[in-house]
Design a protein around this ligand. Structure first.
Ligand SMILES: C[S@@+](CC[C@H](N)C(=O)[O-])C[C@H]1O[C@@H](n2cnc3c(N)ncnc32)[C@H](O)[C@@H]1O
Length: 265
C-alpha cells in the first residue's frame, strides 16, 4: 500500500490531488479557536473571526467534493465550542456547507465519551442550588457527520466484519458510539482514538481504497488505514506533527514494512 504525507496548508496542497481520486476522507479539523495547535498563521484554528474560519473550511469542503470519487464518503468530526461564553454550533454550520457543495447527508454519529471526560459547565448551576435557567450540560459528546458524494460505488471484495471484531460492539449498531478519548497525547493534543478511525474505515471503505486526512495531526487515520490495508494520504501544517506521523506509520522502519510505499511531498 502507498502512504503519502503532504507538508503544509491543506487549502493549497489539496489542489495537487487528482479529481475523483479519494475513496474516503476521515478528518477532524481544528474546532475554530478551541485549542492552540501551533503558531502558524495559516492554521485554520488560529482565527478570531468565525465567519473567516467557515470560509476556509468551505474551501476544504469544496476540494473534498472535487477529489472524492462518485459515491465516496467524508467522515467529519467536530463539536460545538465556546467562544467568549457563547456556544458556536460548528457541526450545524459546516453541515450547510457540505450540502451546498453537493454532498448527501448520510448519518450523524454521536461520539459519547465517559462522564469523567466531560468539560465541566454545570458548576454554576450546582452553586446556585439548581436555579432554573442557570443549567449548562457538561459536554461529553462530539459529532461524526457522514456525507456521500452523489453516485454509486462499484462493490469490491472485503473482509467480513467478524475478522475485525470477535465480539461485535453493541454500540456499533447505533448512532451513539461509546469510545474513550485517546489517552496517549505523546504526539498530539487532540488525537483521534484508534477505534473511532477503525470504525469509519471499516464501515465506509474497502481494502485497497485510498483514505485522506487533510488535517492529519499525529497521523492516526494514516496508521489505521495502513493496519487495515488501505492506502493513505495525510496533509499536515505543523512540521512537529509531520515527524510524529512518520513515526506512527513506520516511515523510519521501511525494512520492517517493506510491503508499504512511503512518499513525502
Ligand atoms: C484536531 S487536529 C487533528 C488530530 C488528528 N485527527 C490526530 O489523530 O492526531 C487538527 C490538525 O489540523 C492541523 N491544521 C490546522 N490548519 C491546517 C491547515 N491549514 N492545513 C493542514 N493542517 C492544518 C493542525 O496542525 C492539527 O494538527
Amino acid at each position: 500500500m502507498k502512504h503519502q504525507i503532504y507538508r503544509g496548508d491543506c487549502l493549497i496542497r489539496m489542489k495537487e490531488l487528482k479529481e475523483n481520486s479519494v475513496d474516503c476522507t476521515i478528518s477532524s479539523p481544528p474546532y475554530f479557536n478551541a485549542k492552540k495547535y501551533c503558531g502558524e498563521d495559516n492554521n485554520i484554528g488560529n482565527n478570531k473571526d468565525y465567519n473567516d474560519y467557515l470560509l476556509k473550511i468551505n474551501e476544504v469542503i469544496k476540494e473534498l467534493y472535487r477529489t472524492t470519487i462518485n459515491g465516496g464518503i467524508v467522515c467529519w468530526n467536530t463539536s460545538p465550542v465556546l467562544d467568549d461564553g457563547k456556544r458556536i454550533g460548528i457541526p450545524f454550520d459546516t453541515h450547510q456547507l457540505f450540502i451546498k457543495a453537493g454532498f448527501e447527508f448520510l448519518e450523524d454519529i454521536v461520539w459519547v465519551k465517559p462522564d469523567g471526560a466531560a468539560k465541566l459547565r454545570c458548576g454554576g448551576w450546582i452553586q446556585n442550588k439548581g436555579r432554573p435557567t442557570t443549567w449548562h450540560a457538561n459536554i461529553n459528546t462530539e459529532y461524526i457527520m457522514i456525507y456521500k458524494k452523489t453516485g454509486i460505488r462499484e462493490p469490491k471484495t472485503f473482509e467480513p466484519i467478524t475478522m475485525h471484531y470477535s465480539i461485535m460492539p453493541k454500540d456499533l449498531l447505533t448512532c451513539t458510539w461509546h469510545i474513550n478519548p485517546e489517552t496517549n497525547k505523546r504526539y498530539h493534543d487532540a488525537p483521534f482514538p484508534y477505534e473511532l478511525a477503525k470504525r469509519c474505515i471499516l464501515l465506509y471503505s474497502y481494502p485497497g481504497d485510498t483514505i485522506l486526512d487533510p488535517f492529519c495531526g499525529s497521523g492516526t487515520v494514516m496508521k489505521v488505514a495502513k493496519d487495515l490495508k488501505r492506502n493513505s494520504i495525510g496533509i499536515e501544517l505543523s512540521e512537529e506533527y509531520i515527524e510524529f506521523i512518520k513515526e506512527e506509520i513506520g516511515f523510519y522502519q521501511k525494512k520492517i514494512f517493506a510491503q508499504e510505499e512511503y512518499i513525502e511531498k
